[in-house]
Design a protein around this ligand. Structure first.
Ligand code: CP
Ligand code: NVA
Length: 298
């Protein structure tokens, strides 16, 4: 059976192995695992990191990637996802898809006969969380037992994938968000079912207490633009600044998947400060995805 990476749940049994492979690959230990193989990358939304890191990952592994903007292919004119999946599967060996809808993501994976990788949709961003966990392991030497505190939009793709990822990695997670933006019940329940230690709160003076890792993400994800003004108003007070970082452990690291909007979810002082690992995190998208490709074709 083909493997897909649609949700963090897909790597439930292999998370540490993928991360360890990624760390090894970063040292230069990898082979031409994708030689003769082609990846189609369908983008419905903008991307800097996902697009470039997948393209470079394929090249480093001896393969080739094709960038397909939704509007340039017939999908944008109404060709079905089913037919797109069936046709692309005749040409390429793996499909990476950045979509608005998680339902469409699952539909593509259902009809493709080749592996499908979720390059972000409205519910999850598993590639990012794999790179994040690789970064945490590089910096802290382990995952198990660490505490991650996430501030801001608790109902977005990053929050959901982090909830599942932390449960799988046996990390504690706290989501600090306005009640309206608490995570979808499904992800909280699933994390708890996996044995995860999950806390959710609106905000407190000591919200970042005991955090080994402080994380945030944009308050206005791609697709949420119509609510921008309202969101900026509701999230006011959730900015990760030096006061928030001062409550975390002294050796806590700051993470953000990027792109960042300084002065909103984080100050530039924190994002470019001594505790921040955001550019290592961005780099690690490349190595983590190379390890994902290895895992998909093993
Ligand atoms: N973090 C992330 O997925 O970045 P891009 O939107 O630039 O791909
Ligand atoms: N939550 C953000 C992540 C961007 C990489 C978004 O979906 O826009």
């Amino acid at each position: 059976m083909k493997k897909d990476l649609i949700s963090m749940l897909d790597v439930k049994n292999d998370l540490e192995k993928i991360i360890d492979d990624a760390i090894e690959m970063k040292k230069g230990n990898y082979e031409q695992l994708m030689k003769g193989r082609t990846m189609a990358m369908i983008f419905e939304k903008s991307s800097t990191r996902t697009r470039v890191s997948f393209e470079v990952a394929m090249e480093k592994l001896g393969g080739h990637a094709i960038f397909l903007s939704k509007n340039d292919i017939q999908l944008g004119r109404g060709e079905t996802i089913e037919d797109t999946a069936k046709v692309l599967s005749r040409y390429v060996d793996v499909i990476m898809y950045r979509a608005y809808s998680h339902e469409n993501m699952k539909e593509l994976a259902k009809h493709a006969t080749v592996p499908v990788i979720n390059g972000l949709d409205d519910e999850e961003h598993p590639c990012q969380v794999l790179a994040d966990f690789m970064t945490i392991k590089e910096k802290k030497g382990r995952l198990e037992g660490l505490k991650l505190v996430y501030f801001g939009d608790g109902d977005n793709n990053m929050a959901h994938s982090l909830l599942l990822g932390c449960a799988i990695a046996k990390m504690k997670i706290k989501i600090v968000a306005p009640r309206r933006f608490w995570p979808k019940e499904y992800y909280v329940e699933m994390a708890k079912k996996l044995g995860g230690e999950v806390e959710i709160e609106e905000m407190s003076e000591d919200a970042a207490r005991d955090a080994d890792v402080v994380v945030t993400d944009t308050w206005v994800s791609m697709g949420d633009e119509a609510e921008k003004e309202e969101r900026l108003r509701i999230f006011k007070g959730y900015t990760v600044d030096s006061n928030v970082m001062a409550k975390a452990k002294p050796d806590a690291i700051f993470m953000h998947c990027l792109p960042a909007y300084y002065g909103y979810e984080v100050t530039k002082e924190v994002a470019h400060g001594s505790q921040s690992v955001i550019f290592d995190e961005a780099e690690n998208r490349l190595w983590a995805q190379m390890a994902v490709l290895k895992w998909l074709f093993e």
